[in-house]
Ligand binder design. Structure first.
Ligand code: NAD
Length: 294
């Protein structure tokens, strides 16, 4: 019988811990953590994500400020705004919601954020520090998965791990973190991607599988060995007649087939997603405490 990895429940616990820590800071008269978010344009999904992030902040007592601009904002003006926030000592963490309008270079924007305030962990300095094992802001989804591994005491040492997807924000950083020389890590990691041949055969050898490719119900039971640990990162929105909103979220794992073979598995929704949200709060707290960069 598999054990469900209850991301929502763990995320609530982590949130309670963060809330307590912020409240302790407040009592001692310390600086309240403050997250700034920049949103350019009116993409519906982006507006929703930023609203969630602000709500999460207010639930744990972290201050948040939204800088919302029209989608004709020039790249130069956006970079100037980032520099202003970099200099603002009141603000501890800064995120720029992606995607940005086409006339703005996302890479340039990411590289303009002070690495010490880059709580998304996208700046090359943070990525580089993470790769060589120095303290760094780690991007939210890999950080959330590591937290789940720790809280469920999942053994990773010497395990074979297959990560499907090589994005800069999920697959690639997670592959490095799970192979690093400390727990949770010391796994033997294989990264599969769109050019991988015989992915099913590779996945079938894995003790731990992370599906992060963004294709609904891609991972079927014949791609998973008995007792594997399965993390489902994928989120695909599909129409549904059974929900008030008219849509529902589907993961990259065909849950009903795969779960009976798994030892641990995350659901969608309620698995990796809530942990991703909480990881941003953790990074903001770290930024306020200047624990990564003094
Ligand atoms: P992406 O879309 O940037 O990249 C997808 C990756 O999957 C690529 O590296 C590609 O090579 C690989 N891929 C695509 N098709 C493949 C196939 N048929 N076989 C093997 N590999 C294939 O990825 P992303 O931004 O990491 O997002 C992946 C999914 O995770 C999306 O559904 C996204 O919505 C979701 N996501 C969820 C969270 C969360 O908090 N739960 C966070 C980030 C992303």
């Amino acid at each position: 019988m598999y054990k469900l990895i209850e991301g929502k429940k763990i995320a609530d616990q982590v949130k309670a811990e963060i809330k307590q820590e912020v409240s302790d800071i407040r009592e001692k008269g310390g600086k309240i953590p403050h997250l700034a978010a920049i949103l350019v344009g009116h993409d519906g999904a982006s507006e929703t994500y930023v609203a969630y992030k602000q709500k999460d902040c207010s639930q744990v007592g972290i201050e948040s400020t939204l800088f919302h601009y029209e989608d004709d904002l020039s790249e130069a003006d956006l970079l100037a705004k980032i520099e202003e926030i970099n200099r603002n000592e009141e603000i501890d963490g800064l995120i720029v919601q992606l995607p940005l309008p086409e006339h703005i270079s996302e890479q340039k924007v990411i590289e303009h954020i002070n690495p010490g305030k880059d709580v998304d962990g996208f700046h090359p300095v943070n990525v580089g520090r993470m790769v060589i094992g120095l303290p760094a802001y780690i991007s939210a989804t890999p950080a959330g998965i590591l937290e789940l591994i720790k809280r469920y005491k999942i053994d990773t040492v010497g395990k074979t791990c297959v990560i499907i997807g090589r994005s800069n924000i999920v697959g690639k950083p997670l592959s490095i973190l799970l192979s690093q020389k400390k727990y949770p890590g010391n796994a033997t990691v294989t990264v599969c991607h769109s050019r991988t041949k015989d992915l099913a055969l590779t996945a079938r050898n894995a003790d731990i599988i992370v599906a992060a490719l963004g294709q609904a119900e891609f991972l079927k039971s014949d791609m998973v060995k008995e007792g594997a640990v399965v993390f489902d990162v994928g989120i695909t929105r599909v129409p549904s007649e059974n929900t008030k909103s008219g849509w529902k979220l589907i993961g990259d794992v065909k849950f009903d087939e795969v779960a009976p073979k798994a030892s641990f598995i995350t659901p969608v929704p309620g698995g990796v997603g809530p942990m991703t949200r909480v990881a941003l709060l953790k990074n903001t707290l770290l930024a306020a405490k200047k624990e990564i960069y003094s």
